[in-house]
Design a protein around this ligand. Structure first.
Ligand code: C2E
Ligand code: MG
Ligand code: MG
Length: 271
């Protein structure tokens, strides 16, 4: 216990240092339009390489940043940089950005996001804020206020890790959102487990009924890509397409055959 808290304290000190040096950077994982294989945009994922040159997992340092009151500074720094990076991509591409659960209680969040958009010049329609389904359900009132503030500006909302957060249908009917991100646990199992497959099909149907797009997380196999596409899922992301990459590699990725899934068999459209 003592050891663990000493370790956390050490990471917290390193995190403060990293923030002052702006050493934590957004990396970008492509979001793919499954219908034609084109790149829809990128999700920004925080990456921190410590002084030893090792990557610290975001699940660890984001949790520590939340508890140490550093999440606002981290969010502002990463969002500002990510907006600037997104302006170098084709203008049709979206930037997806994760919001931490504790930020739902931040009454000034909307205002700060507006300031960052104005400062960087990224149109609000190109920004998609991801909130986990579990965070939204846990802090329903705060979530509704934050979502309302962000959507009024023109920002889109995605429900992340969907299917693991236990939202009820009545809650879903009340939350305004634009995209459902199907949790990767379903993607990993739907091909071999018919119940999981039916759940994926139902989530896609739910999205269609509620006017929200669906994106499948964690696509690692071509068979998953094909299966999800046949189930009507609109977008996908996963290691099959690419892992998160530094900003400097995005242009080369977009220019390379790796981003041209639509040219590959068996995804080439026959209709
Ligand atoms: P997330 O938002 O659901 O992000 C997707 C995670 O799944 C990323 O892990 C990504 O690297 C991983 N992933 C993507 N494709 C695949 C795949 O095909 N297979 C497998 N096994 N994994 C895949 P990462 O980067 O470690 O991030 C973990 C979580 O940390 C994120 O989950 C998000 O909740 C949080 N996170 C990351 N960056 C940020 C950030 O800047 N701000 C906040 N608040 N949270 C962040
Ligand atoms: Mg996410
Ligand atoms: Mg997710």
């Amino acid at each position: 216990m003592t050891l663990e808290s000493t370790e956390r304290l050490r990471v917290e000190q390193e995190l403060r240092q990293a923030l002052s040096e702006e050493a934590i950077r957004p990396f970008y994982q492509p979001l793919i339009h499954l219908g034609d294989g084109s790149v829809h945009g990128f999700e920004a994922l925080a990456r921190w390489r410590n002084h030893k040159g090792e990557f610290v997992p975001p699940s660890l340092f984001i949790d520590i940043a939340e508890n140490a009151g550093l999440i606002t500074e981290l969010f502002d720094q990463l969002l500002r940089r990510a907006c600037r990076d997104a302006l170098t991509w084709p203008s049709s591409m979206v930037l997806a950005f994760n919001l931490s659960p504790t930020q739902l209680s931040d009454g000034l969040l909307g205002q700060r996001v507006v300031e960052i958009l104005e400062e960087t010049g990224l149109p609000p329609e190109r920004l998609e804020i991801e909130l986990t389904e579990s965070a939204v359900v846990k802090e329903m009132n705060c979530a509704m206020r934050v979502i309302g503030d962000l959507r009024r500006i023109g920002i889109k909302i995605a429900l992340d890790d969907f299917g693991t957060g236990f939202s009820s249908l009545s809650q879903l009917a009340n939350i305004p959102f634009d995209k459902i991100k199907i949790d990767r646990s379903f993607v990993a199992s739907f091909e071999t487990n018919s119940k999981q497959m039916k759940i994926v099909r139902s989530i896609v149907g739910l999205g269609q009924g509620l006017g929200a797009a669906t994106l499948a997380e964690g696509i690692e196999l071509e068979s998953q890509y094909k299966g999800l596409s046949l189930l009507g899922c609109e977008y996908g992301q996963g290691f099959l397409f690419a892992k998160a990459m530094p900003a400097s590699e995005v242009a080369a990725f977009l220019a390379s055959a790796r981003s041209e899934w639509h040219l590959r068999e068996p995804f080439r459209r026959t209709a």
